[in-house]
Structure formats: structure tokens, C-alpha cells
Ligand binder design. Structure first.
Ligand SMILES: Nc1ncnc2c1ncn2[C@@H]1O[C@H](COP(=O)(O)OP(=O)(O)OP(=O)(O)O)[C@@H](O)[C@H]1O
Length: 575
């Protein structure tokens, strides 16, 4: 109901018109009952054809106008719900795209999908026919009022039936709540299973997980179908009860009405008219009772969407430094992954001057990628600060910070659009010539030129179907497209062939010579040799920070020299 009021308050004009249209439609709805009463009273008694014709024309006009009011009300209801539905849908997806990673990761992927697709359930709950049905509810009283004018006793009987059916509706709402909640939970498990089976299609086959997944799917489906059957059964009971109530009410009105007629307290025409009015009065309440499942589902769906809204999103505002030197400082940084028994690292303090090269080392799972993500501003430390030119990243607008980064994630993924669009995401003004130069430098040019449409080739499957080395080369090109001052390369040579490794070294030499601050996580000894500071995350819980060389920034000659038995790389001209 709160959501209904909120929607009506958002569009007060159409809401008031809906109320007025409902009032007129229901007043005109009285016409057919009055017609019956008048025909029985006047025409049957006096047999004047002109009376019958006038009454018939009158009732037809009333029915046409009633239809007109109901039709306009339906259109107004679509206006009332249209914008909130659209905003809810955009908002839910927007939160999915902008929520802070740390928060978003608390929701399982199936739950995220379920929350976004819940928007459809809210939409169908607040659809125009449902909204108009709710608007008819208060007008039941008009019909009871009209019956009261004929016979207070009949009005009392009708009111009792209205209360009974309304109670059935409310009780049904309470009863179906746990079922619909459970159903949503199982649906989110189903979404998760579909996600795994689609994205990990290869592993599913290679490791024989199909039978296990089919088993899980089957168990989940059985639960979903059993819940749906329970809900359908309840719906059937409500339907039968409301239909029986309708029949019983008709019998009661006619039965009691007949005794009143015999006593001379009511005439036959009024008794029949009262019966028609009673049916009209019960109709909206019956509809409300039958809508109980849909109303509960849409309320719970709304809660799920709102749960998504409770996630904190990345700030759209904050400081943007006018001149950024490339200096980066980690001050007393600590992080404990959610649910982990102890910190991944703590009290990490490193001061990185502009143009310095830092190597992050440590065994698998030591926290290198986590620290990279932190420096990219994707997750925040539990304690301590990360500062760019002395300004805490928490005060800096993320959009600006990402443009200062040349960020190569460990497992890069792409958007399902053209290669050009992917490369230009952070820097839309880049020309095709500049993109070609980046592809050349990252070693991805040959792959792009061999595709049927070059830069216009569409990437599919989030880029995960691309050969790993190609994906990484494209990712290096995309990273360098930002032209940022801080390079964050997470395991850049991992999975690369000899040529790819040489190209990574070459890119690093160029970036270093161009004065970029470089942070690289790697197990590659050649890369570590080229660094001036080494952060060892194996030292727990406080990583050790070692100064390796006093060489000026960008002067390292070690990258590539003798790497894996290959001749040293001759650097091209720096940027
Ligand atoms: N948001 C998170 N939720 C739960 N666990 C997390 C989270 N972030 C990091 N971790 C855990 O922290 C540990 C460090 O992971 P991370 O990927 O940073 O290690 P790494 O040093 O990069 O490893 P590798 O060398 O294999 O790439 C892992 O056990 C990971 O599961």
C-alpha cells in the first residue's frame, strides 16, 4: 500500500482523475440495477412502450459512459505506473553497474539476477488492471448504500459477505507470504545454476559436472513446482470460496428479500435490484481477494529490488586533482576479506614517488590482486589510507581516478560490443590511428587485423572465448588507452608466449621512460629485478617493503634482459 500511495503522490494529477473516473464509473454502474427496478415497476405495471424505450436508451447511455470512464481510468493507471516502473528498472540495473564491489560481492550472482528481474514482478503487480481494481474497492460502499435505501436488513447481509470475502483475501495474503518468499529463494538458486551452466560450459563438460548440475536443477525445480502447486491450490480455494460467497449472498438476498416482500416491506423490483447491486458491491472485493498472491509477490519483489538499492554505490562526486604527479602512498593499510579468520595484510605503508616502479610479490592468495584492486579504488581498505598526491582516494571521484590508471586486471573481461568501443571506453576521443598504435604496442594488432571486421569486430561471451594471450594483449591496449599516470599491471606476463612477454617488457620500459608510476604484481623474476621497491605480501600480517635500487625512475634496463633465455629487448622510443 505504501508503494501505491507513493506512486499516486508522484502523479497527483492522473491519480485524482482516476479517482474521479472511478466515482463516475461506479455511480453509472448503478444504472443497470436502477433500470431493472424501473422496468419492473413502471413498464410491467403500466405496459407503456415509450417508458421502456426511454429507460433502455438511458441505461445504454449509462453503460457507454461507464465504459468510457473505465477505459480512461485504465489509461490513467498506465500513466501512474509507467514512470515508477521505468525508474525502478533503470535504478536496479544502475545499482548493479555502480554498486561498490565490496558490497555487491555480498550478494550471490543468482541473487543479483533475481533482484533485477524482480522489477518485472513489481510491474505486473502494479499493472493498470490491478491498479484500477484496487480503485474500485472503496466504491463497493456506494452499492451497499443504495441497497440500504431499499432495505437496511439486505444491506447488512451484503456487508457481512463483503467483510467475509475481504477477510479471506487478507488471510490468504498472510498465508501465501512464506510460500512466495521460498519460491523467490528457489528462483534465485535456479538463476545461479543457469549462470554457472552457461558461463562455465567448458568445465561442466570437462569435469563431468553435468549430472550433478542436472540433479541440483531437478531438486530445485521440484521444490519450485511444489511451491507453485501449493500456491495454485490456495488460489483455487480462494476462487471457490469467493464464488460460493457470491452464490450464497444471492440466495440470502433473494430469500430474505422474499420474506420482506411477503411482509409488504419491500417490492419485488427492489428485491431484484438489490440482488444486482449486491453482486456489483461484491465484485471489487472478490477481485481483491483473488489478487492477493499477485499483491504479496509484488510487495516481496519490491523488497528485493529495494535490497539492491541498499547497496552503497560508487560516488559520482568528489575531488579531481588539477595536476596529478603520479605519487601514490599506502598509509597503514589493512584488509581482512569477509569471513576470513585473519587479515590478508595489515599496517602496510609504502610511499611511491612519481615514476617509481613497485613490485608486489607473494605466493598465490597472498593478496596481490586484492591490493591492486584497492589501488584501483575498486575496494576500500578496512583501515588506513591510499593517497594520490596526498589526497585520500575516498575523497577523489572514482571516475577521475580510473582515468589516471593504466589498469591491467589479472583476468580481464570485455564488454560484448566492438573492439573499438572496448578500447575507447575510458577515452572516447581516441582516433583509429591512436588505437592502431596501441594495438601495435600491445602486440594485439595482428589478431585484430586477422578478424573479419578489424576494430568493428564484436566481442562475444565477455571476451572469455578469446585466446588468453590475445585477451591479455587486448587488455594491455585497453589499459594504455587511458593515457593515465599510474600503471597497475596484475601478473602481466602470466599465460603469455615469448613474444607476448617481450611485448609486455617493452610496454613497461616505454611507460617507465615516460615517467609513469608503475605497480606490478608478478612472480616473474625479471619483472621484480626491474623494480625499485618490492612489497612482499608473504610476510604476515605486515608485508615487508624493500628498497631495491636507487636508480632514477624509468632507468631500469632489467626488464627483458635475459628473460627466459631470450635476448634483451631493444626499447623503442619512449612515449
Ligand atoms: N571480497 C573478498 N571476499 C572474500 N575473499 C576475498 C575477497 N577479496 C580477496 N579475498 C581472498 O583473499 C585472498 C587473496 O586473494 P588475491 O587474489 O588477492 O591473491 P593473489 O596474491 O593475487 O593470488 P594469485 O597469485 O593467485 O593471483 C584469497 O584467498 C581470496 O579468496
Amino acid at each position: 500500500m505504501n508503494e501505491l500511495w507513493a506512486r499516486l503522490r508522484q502523479r497527483p494529477g492522473p491519480a485524482v482523475l482516476m479517482f474521479v473516473a472511478s466515482l463516475f464509473a461506479n455511480i453509472l454502474g448503478l444504472a443497470s440495477s436502477l433500470y431493472v427496478i424501473q422496468v419492473l415497476k413502471r413498464y410491467v405495471s403500466y405496459g407503456v412502450d415509450a417508458t421502456l424505450a426511454t429507460l433502455t436508451v438511458g441505461v445504454i447511455l449509462a453503460i457507454v459512459f461507464e465504459f468510457g470512464f473505465r477505459w480512461s481510468r485504465m489509461k490513467l493507471a498506465a500513466v501512474v505506473s509507467g514512470r515508477p516502473d521505468h525508474e525502478l528498472g533503470i535504478g536496479a540495473f544502475g545499482i548493479l553497474a555502480t554498486a561498490q564491489l565490496g558490497d555487491l560481492n555480498k550478494l550471490a550472482p543468482g541473487e543479483r539476477r533475481e533482484a533485477v528481474s524482480s522489477v518485472e514482478q513489481v510491474e505486473s503487480g502494479f499493472s493498470a488492471p490491478n491498479l484500477t481494481a484496487l480503485f474500485d474497492l472503496p466504491f463497493s460502499i456506494i452499492y451497499v448504500g443504495a441497497i440500504y435505501l431499499f432495505s437496511p436488513m439486505l444491506a447488512g447481509i451484503v456487508l457481512a459477505f463483503l467483510i467475509f470475502v475481504a477477510t479471506v483475501g487478507v488471510l490468504n495474503q498472510m498465508a501465501v507470504r512464506p510460500f512466495t518468499r521460498k519460491l523467490a529463494e528457489h528462483q534465485s538458486v535456479g538463476h545461479g545454476l543457469i549462470g554457472t551452466t552457461s558461463t562455465a560450459a567448458e568445465s561442466v563438460r570437462a569435469f563431468g559436472a553435468a549430472q550433478k548440475l542436472i540433479g541440483d536443477w531437478s531438486a530445485n525445480l521440484t521444490a519450485v513446482q511444489s511451491l507453485r502447486r501449493s500456491l495454485a491450490r490456495r488460489q483455487g480455494v480462494v476462487q471457490s470460496m469467493t464464488q460460493s460467497a457470491q452464490g450464497l449472498m444471492g440466495a440470502a438476498v433473494i430469500g430474505v428479500g422474499a420474506t420482506l416482500v411477503v411482509k409488504g416491506e419491500l417490492d419485488v423490483s427492489m428485491m431484484i435490484g438489490a440482488n444486482l447491486l449486491a453482486a456489483r458491491a461484491l465484485q471489487p472485493i472478490t477481485r481483491f481477494a483473488q489478487l492477493s498472491e499477485a499483491l504479496v509477490k509484488s510487495r516481496q519483489a519490491l523488497d528485493r529490488v529495494r535490497g539492491l538499492s541498499a547497496l552503497s554505490v560508487e560516488r559520482g562526486e568528489g575531488a579531481a586533482l588539477r595536476e596529478y604527479s603520479g605519487a601514490l602512498e599506502l598509509r597503514d593499510v589493512s584488509f581482512t576479506p569477509p569471513g576470513a579468520p585473519g587479515p590478508l595484510f595489515e599496517e602496510l605503508t609504502v610511499k611511491i614517488e612519481p615514476g617509481q616502479v613497485v613490485a608486489l610479490v607473494g605466493r598465490n592468495g597472498a593478496g596481490k590482486t586484492t591490493l591492486m584492486r584497492m589501488m584501483a579504488g575498486l575496494i576500500g581498505p578496512d583501515r588506513g589510507q591510499i593517497l594520490a598526491d596526498g589526497v585520500d582516494l575516498r575523497q577523489i571521484v572514482p571516475g577521475w581516478w580510473r582515468k589516471q590508471l593504466v589498469y591491467l586486471p589479472q583476468e580481464p573481461t570485455f564488454f560484448n560490443t566492438t573492439i573499438r568501443d572496448n578500447l575507447k571506453m575510458l577515452n572516447p576521443d581516441l582516433s583509429d590511428e591512436a588505437l592502431e598504435a596501441l594495438l601495435e604496442r600491445s602486440g594485439a594488432a595482428r589478431f585484430v587485423h586477422e578478424t573479419p571486421n578489424g576494430l568493428d569486430t564484436r566481442i562475444t561471451g565477455d571476451g572469455l572465448t578469446l585466446a588468453r594471450g590475445v585477451r591479455r594483449r587486448l587488455a594491455v591496449a585497453r589499459a594504455m588507452a587511458s593515457g593515465g599516470r599510474v600503471v597497475l599491471f596484475d601478473e602481466p606476463t602470466e599465460g603469455m608466449d615469448d613474444e607476448g612477454v617481450r611485448q609486455v617488457y617493452e610496454s613497461l620500459i616505454q611507460l617507465a621512460r615516460a615517467g609513469r608510476t608503475i605497480v606490478i604484481s608478478s612472480h616473474d623474476p625479471q619483472i621484480i629485478k626491474g623494480a625499485q621497491i618490492m612489497v612482499d605480501l608473504d610476510a604476515k600480517p605486515k608485508p615487508t617493503v624493500t628498497s631495491l635500487s636507487k636508480e632514477p625512475a624509468g632507468a631500469s634496463k632489467d626488464w627483458g634482459a635475459g628473460a627466459r633465455g631470450r635476448p634483451p629487448v631493444k626499447p623503442k622510443a619512449a612515449e
